[in-house]
Design a protein around this ligand. Structure first.
Ligand SMILES: C[S@@+](CC[C@H](N)C(=O)[O-])C[C@H]1O[C@@H](n2cnc3c(N)ncnc32)[C@H](O)[C@@H]1O
Length: 262
């Protein structure tokens, strides 16, 4: 299996920690991405349901599609209101025109965009919306950038998602010829109050960390903890972590027959 495919299916091994230590998007981001009158939404690549649970508070009919059975198990337990289905973005197990909105949180980079957009266009009602979200530490703040750069170096990776976010923010982010229109970008910032232990545990939920051998995981967790204690400003023993949710929204053209992509 290619490395990217192995990483894409790695999260289930840390599903409970993922659910506990990762941040979901803030309410303001959902308000911006999901139309106020939406009656049915698909959360694609739903993971353990960090976003799905918030959608269930806003929308009556919530469908969550997730390929990893271990993530789906946590999702079904924590969000009984949602219909949870096994599936991928490239083969969505729903009939044509089933939902009025689709959301993708922290997962666009795992998908084949052309195949995913074709499926999203197929399952959306005409004029339906697609919202893509990325919630992360705010690397525009210098100490956050230094900490993230340290962790990426230690894990032996570049910041692929950071590059994707920059590209998506800089200009139109949909391929030519897809039946979506009115693409807009937005960012919501806030501060999360975290303990050092929570920050270390949160880095442990990234695919590059999850796929390391156990011994290396322990070493890396210790190195991250030492780095946080040495370089991160604390307030009453806690870290005020600058966070940002980058959001994009776009709309299926109203006259698009389902399955319009070739
Ligand atoms: C970083 S997690 C994001 C989960 C959730 N949306 C959230 O915000 O926490 C990425 C998820 O994408 C799923 N995934 C990976 N490849 C996928 C694909 N081709 N189609 C749908 N989901 C996929 C993984 O199983 C994982 O649950």
């Amino acid at each position: 299996m290619p490395e990217s495919a192995l990483l894409a299916v790695s999260f289930g091994a840390a599903a409970r920690d993922y659910d506990r230590y990762r941040s979901g998007p803030p309410a303001q981001a959902l308000d911006w991405v999901v139309p106020a009158d939406c009656r049915c939404v698909l959360d694609l690549a739903a993971g353990t349901g960090l976003l799905t649970r918030q959608l269930a508070d806003l929308v009556e009919d919530v469908v969550a599609v997730e390929p990893d059975a271990r993530m789906r198990e946590v999702l079904a337990l924590t969000c009984p209101e949602a219909t949870v289905l096994a599936g991928t973005a490239e083969a969505v197990p729903l009939p044509d025109r089933r939902v009025e909105a689709v959301t993708v949180s922290a997962a666009w980079h795992w998908m084949d965009p052309a195949a995913a957009l074709a499926e999203i266009a197929r399952v959306l009602t005409p004029g339906g919306t697609l919202g893509v979200l990325y919630t992360r530490r705010d690397r525009r703040v210098p100490w956050v950038d230094r900490l993230d750069a340290f962790v990426h170096r230690e894990m032996g990776t570049d910041d692929r998602i950071g590059d994707l976010i920059r590209r998506m923010n800089e200009g139109p982010w949909l391929p030519e010829g897809v039946p979506f229109t009115a693409t807009e970008a937005h960012a919501v910032s806030w501060t999360a109050v975290l303990t050092v232990e929570e920050i270390v545990a949160m880095f442990g939920t990234y695919s590059r960390f999850i796929t390391l051998p156990e011994g290396r995981k322990r070493e890396l967790a210790e190195a991250i903890e030492a780095e946080v204690r040495a370089s991160v400003p604390t307030w009453q023993g806690q870290v005020l972590m600058p966070m940002v949710c980058y959001c994009w929204r776009t709309r299926l053209t109203a006259d698009s027959p389902s399955g319009a992509l070739s």
